[in-house]
Design a protein around this ligand. Structure first.
Ligand code: GLU
Length: 449
């Protein structure tokens, strides 16, 4: 049974980078008929905040990502202590006393000799007496994991086969002097205890993987999970996502009016060989495969995201958006505008056009079509068939055709040069507002018609 986890640290809001990790784990779990665990890596009690935790749940739900199990590392300290004790008993976890300065000078000495700055296991070679002396002097040890000789290898489901000699890596610190366990350790204990079969995460964790495999094998006889590391998304100029675009929070995208479906459609295929398409989650699941992901760095393209959003809006029915439309908006209004907006937030502007007042933009010089339009206003009731014969009358009266006819009318009635079909907008604006707008155009121009 496939089981994956999304393991965010609640030290900030969900952003594009980790939303993608969450989504890919979700799609994989559903595709494989497996389970998704949402695990909070919340042992960092100083930086974690309850509102970030709630924010994570809210943002995941907003995206439509459902999980099957919850876990919190902050509730598992006793278990980490238990496993630490086992590792101490077998000599794999050993106490260290060197301070930062001492370690720094050791590293500097190695670098000077052009050697890799790997920890020399000085503390491992201490005698029991030396340790006792250190502790008697008031020093409390922190604990390092003694890596195996040899190598750790794995066949990464995205990056391909990897082999890292453990001799090239420092023994990692797993427990701080104050007794608190570190991510490298807690994560492996949890992955083992919670029967995780696949670890799908960002490529920034590749450097942890060799150590975590070795640690996993020291802790349990269970099979080591498979790994899939997704290359980090970059901005347009190759900058790593985590710095700029990656830090775009879902909150801010939501505020900008981007639909959750556009985000999931975009992120599901970013960095794969498939074109992004505005698909609902079940279809993204059905077409998902980890083997579609490329080893190269994907580029985040906000225009593509907006284009997906636009396409998605074309197919959204009124009932699905009515709560987010301006008060009073009708299905007819939605049908008139939905093909012409990039984001739902733009609906407000069009609502002002059909229902409210708007400030007339700077107008070009006298345009006779305004006067002619005012003079030939058809009587109500108006519907979508009103526009065509009316504009024909205006054209005949003024000789204006095509752009010269439609552009000034659109401008006078909507204040915009582009937008939804005038035939659909006209009955929504209604005769009274149309008359008033045309009259003020004529007046603003100052030329008697
Ligand atoms: N809490 C870690 C992070 O947010 C989890 C990494 C992992 O998936 O192992 O980066």
């Amino acid at each position: 049974m496939v089981k994956v986890r999304f393991a965010p640290s609640p030290t900030g809001y969900l952003h594009v980078g980790n939303a993608r990790t969450a989504l890919v784990n979700y799609l994989f779990a559903r595709r494989e008929g497996g389970r998704l665990l949402l695990r909070l890596d919340d042992t960092d009690t100083e930086r974690g905040r309850p509102e970030f935790e709630q924010g994570l749940y809210d943002d995941l739900r907003w995206l439509g990502i459902e999980w099957d199990e919850n876990a919190k590392q902050s509730e598992r300290f006793a278990r980490y202590e238990e496993v630490a004790d086992q590792l101490k008993a077998t000599g794999r976890l050993y106490p260290c006393f060197e301070g930062e300065d001492e370690l720094a000078s050791k590293r500097a000495a190695l670098v000077k000799r052009k050697l890799p700055p790997i920890y020399d296991r000085g503390a491992l070679n201490m005698t029991a007496e030396q340790r006792a002396t250190a502790e008697a002097n008031g020093k409390r040890p922190y604990w390092r994991f003694k890596l195996s000789d040899g190598a750790a290898s794995w066949n990464d489901l995205v990056l391909g086969s990897r082999n890292i000699r453990l001799g090239t890596v420092s023994d990692p610190v797993l427990i701080r002097a104050d007794g608190s366990p570190l991510y490298t350790f807690t994560s492996v204990v949890d992955d083992a205890d919670m029967d995780i079969t696949h670890i799908i995460r960002g490529e920034d964790h590749v450097s942890n993987t060799a150590v975590q495999i070795d640690l996993f094998q020291a802790i349990t006889k269970k099979p080591v999970p498979r790994f899939a590391h997704l290359p980090l998304i970059s901005g347009g100029d190759g900058e790593k996502l985590s710095k700029r675009i990656g830090s775009i929070s879902l909150k801010s995208l939501r505020k900008d009016g981007i639909e959750p479906g556009a985000i999931t459609s975009y992120l599901a295929r970013l960095g794969t060989n498939k074109d992004p398409a505005p698909l609902p989650l079940p279809e993204l699941v059905a077409s998902f495969s980890l083997s579609d992901f490329s080893r190269s760095t994907p580029r985040f393209d906000a225009r593509q995201l907006v284009a997906l959003n636009r396409k998605l809006l074309h197919h959204i029915e009124f009932d699905a958006v009515k709560d987010r439309l301006p008060e009073g908006a009708t299905p007819k209004f939605w049908n008139a505008i939905r093909d012409n907006i990039d984001m739902l937030t733009e609906a407000r502007r069009w609502w002002e056009v059909v229902a409210g007042e708007f400030i007339l933009p700077a107008l070009p010089a006298h345009i006779p079509v305004w006067r002619a339009a005012l003079d030939s206003l058809p009587p109500e009731p108006w519907d979508e068939a009103t526009w065509k014969p009316w504009s024909t009358v205006i054209s005949e009266a003024t000789g204006a055709k095509g752009r010269d006819l439609f552009q000034p009318l659109r401008l006078a009635l909507t204040g915009e040069e582009h937008g939804p079909e005038m035939a659909k907008l006209l009955p929504l604006i209604g005769r009274e507002l149309v008359a008033r707008r045309l009259a003020s155009c004529v007046a603003a121009d100052g030329t008697p018609g």
